[in-house]
Design a protein. Structure first.
Length: 306
């Protein structure tokens, strides 16, 4: 019991305040330390991920001879000559040509993936046909195949068809639902939609094309937007495919156009390459910022309301 002082003329005695225990303070400190640890790890991971981007930004304002072997992240005397040289073109090719080529490939790939993968996903998720499980398993097993295993056979096929040095080898597969990852993503999303919607549409006389176009496809917007974002980014950054199938520099996308900074005249213009690398990041960043709201909405909502 707490000690009390004797009653005096001032009134009854008040209990003497006890000293606060140090145990809760130390417990709070331990909880604070434990909560700070994940944040510190996240900051460290963020630094590792963003360091290459920061290095490219700093290198784009350095002279070419100071980029390789230099330890400083940002130059003490930044220059803008690397960006001015880009306006003159690369190997007598305007810079806009590479960006237009990349845009053609990226938009064409997005359209092909959304068209073919959504149709294949609807067939696997909603239509019962012989061998559906086997075909779906074979499609998923293609995710285990390394890309390099298919390069030589595919190149021989397109060479026999005289399609090398065209965009057909880079776009044809997108319209044939060969991207098993996106097909699987859409199949899993469509399977989560209530089948009562399909049954109600059939009672109104709708067939599979009308059900797919008017009911399933609008509800698959989160999966479609996710596929759009990843397809655009992967196609824009693709280097191996254009390197194998394209020979004419006029058809090079941005990722392959940067190679010309090293090939021309056997000289390496690292400053121009870094400047073009920085410009190549902007379309991908703007595209992601434009669609990230829909991506977050798709992750936090179920796609069905009401």
């Amino acid at each position: 019991m707490s000690r009390t002082e004797p009653v005096g003329p001032a009134g009854p005695a008040r209990p003497r305040a006890s000293r606060p225990s140090r145990a809760p303070v130390s417990a709070r400190r331990r909880r604070t330390a434990r909560s700070l640890l994940p944040h510190l790890l996240s900051v460290a991971l963020l630094v590792v991920v963003l360091y290459p981007v920061v290095w490219v930004i700093g290198a784009s304002f350095k002279p070419g001879q100071d980029i390789v072997g230099s330890l400083e992240l940002f130059p003490t005397e930044p220059i803008t000559g690397n960006f001015r040289r880009l306006t003159e073109g690369i190997a007598d090719i305007p810079l806009s040509t590479f960006f237009v080529n990349s845009l053609i490939l990226a938009v064409g790939s997005v359209g092909g993936v959304l068209f073919s993968c959504s149709l294949a996903a609807y067939a696997f998720a909603r239509i019962r046909f012989a061998g559906r499980a086997v075909m779906f398993g074979l499609m998923i097993s293609t995710l285990l195949l390394p890309v390099h295993v298919l390069l030589i056979p595919q190149y021989i096929v397109f060479q026999k068809l005289e399609l090398v040095d065209t965009y057909v080898p880079l776009l044809l597969g997108k319209y044939l639902a060969v991207d098993a990852f996106f097909v699987f993503l859409m199949v899993q999303f469509i399977r989560g939609l209530p089948r009562e919607l399909d049954e109600a549409a059939r009672l109104d006389g709708c067939g599979h094309p009308r059900i797919f176009w008017s009911i399933v496809l609008p509800l698959c917007r989160p999966a479609l937007i996710t596929s759009t974002i990843f397809t655009f980014i992967w196609t824009w950054n693709d280097f191996m495919g254009p390197l194998i199938y394209l020979n004419d520099p006029q058809k090079y996308p941005v990722a392959l156009g940067m190679k010309l900074f090293i090939d021309q005249d056997t000289l390496a213009d690292y400053g121009g390459m870094m400047a073009m690398s920085l410009l190549a990041l902007l379309p991908v960043l703007l595209f992601f910022l434009a669609f990230q709201r829909f991506l977050v909405e798709g992750a936090t909502t179920s796609g069905l309301k009401g």
